[in-house]
Design a protein around this ligand. Structure first.
Ligand code: NAP
Length: 288
């Protein structure tokens, strides 16, 4: 079997663990494949498209998740709704775009027995937050979107209102968030290495959340998760989401299937890898 070739494109790519993660998954499914990092600046993006078409597939991260859209031959319905692509399958020079972040998010919640239901507080209004908002609204949740200044939350709520007419969505500032929530979702980088002591919301809000999901995956257990767990809430961190979105990408690329236990073992291995990599004071510019 000839070796297949995949990569991650983004800029800057920092100390991404994607090669280790994908190569580990390829080994698990006995695939002969290589996964590399391709740091492509926005200025060089167009000139690298011919190279990308020679691959079997690639992942896309900041700042290219939207930039790639006009160059795709087909876009899956979920990726179209988020307006962002993180996985591309290449076949005979044709490019088909997907978004597997939502698969990662939903499977991470499921593996922590956290239900996407009821009253949800979403911190952030960027790419990850908007994906989580769509999934929460799709599941019939009522949603409060909170950002540092309420302006960005308002813009996000307006956009969501167009996608989900009649949905129960409100905007607020993070400092003004209050009340009881069935689920608190963090889609901000607050708590991410190296700012590991920061938390997106006050203790008062954390105490009233029955479950918490934090998209931050470095560190594996953020201050937000520690506080919520001490309070008896169900918690899940971002690393399982990162691993499950990679699993979903490989399912698209190769048709492979992975057992739950094997994926959980890889989550543990990736957490150890991150700890080793960052204990020496690596840069914070990590990208999935
Ligand atoms: P993004 O598009 O840049 O959005 C970041 C959001 O967070 C913005 O809404 C911003 O809103 C807010 N924000 C920025 N700095 C903040 C701070 N210090 N305190 C509070 N809010 C802040 O980023 P993204 O791609 O969505 O990523 C967000 C986080 O999710 C990152 O930590 C990223 O690593 C993580 N992520 C994880 C996965 C995974 O697989 N686990 C996948 C994607 C992303 P305002 O400026 O309006 O406040």
């Amino acid at each position: 079997m000839s070796e297949k070739n995949f990569c991650l494109i983004g800029h800057p790519l920092g100390h991404s663990i994607s090669p280790e993660l994908h190569n580990r998954l390829f080994r698990l499914s006995n695939m002969s494949a290589a996964y590399t990092l391709e740091d492509i600046s926005p200025e060089n993006f167009k000139s690298r498209l011919d190279f990308l078409k020679t691959l079997d597939g690639f992942n896309v991260t900041i700042p290219h998740k939207q930039r790639i859209l006009p160059f795709l031959d087909e876009i899956d319905s979920r990726a179209r709704r988020f307006g962002a692509v993180n996985t591309v399958k290449c076949e005979n020079g044709r490019l088909r775009g997907y978004n597997t972040d939502a698969d990662g998010f939903l499977r991470a919640l499921k593996s922590a027995a956290i239900e996407l239901r009821g009253r949800v507080l979403l911190c952030g209004a960027g790419g990850a937050a908007r994906m989580m908002a769509c999934e929460a609204l799709e599941s019939g949740c009522s949603l409060v979107v909170a950002t540092r200044t309420a302006d960005n939350a308002r813009t996000c709520v307006e956009d969501l209102g167009k996608l989900f007419p009649g949905a129960d969505i409100m905007a607020t500032a993070l400092s003004g968030a209050c009340g009881e929530f069935d689920l608190l979702l963090n889609g901000t980088p607050a708590g991410m290495y190296p700012n590991i002591n920061s938390c997106p919301v006050s203790d008062r809000v954390v105490q009233k959340a029955a479950a918490v999901f934090d998209a931050v995956y470095n560190p594996g257990e953020t201050v937000l998760l520690k506080k919520a767990q001490a309070n008896g809430a169900k918690v899940q961190g971002g690393l399982p989401m990162l691993v499950w979105q990679a699993v979903a990408a490989q399912e698209i690329w190769t048709g492979a299937h992975f057992q739950n236990d094997a994926v959980l073992k890889i989550c543990g291995e990736m957490e150890e890898l991150l700890k080793t990599r960052y204990s020496g004071g690596a840069e914070s510019g990590d990208r999935s």
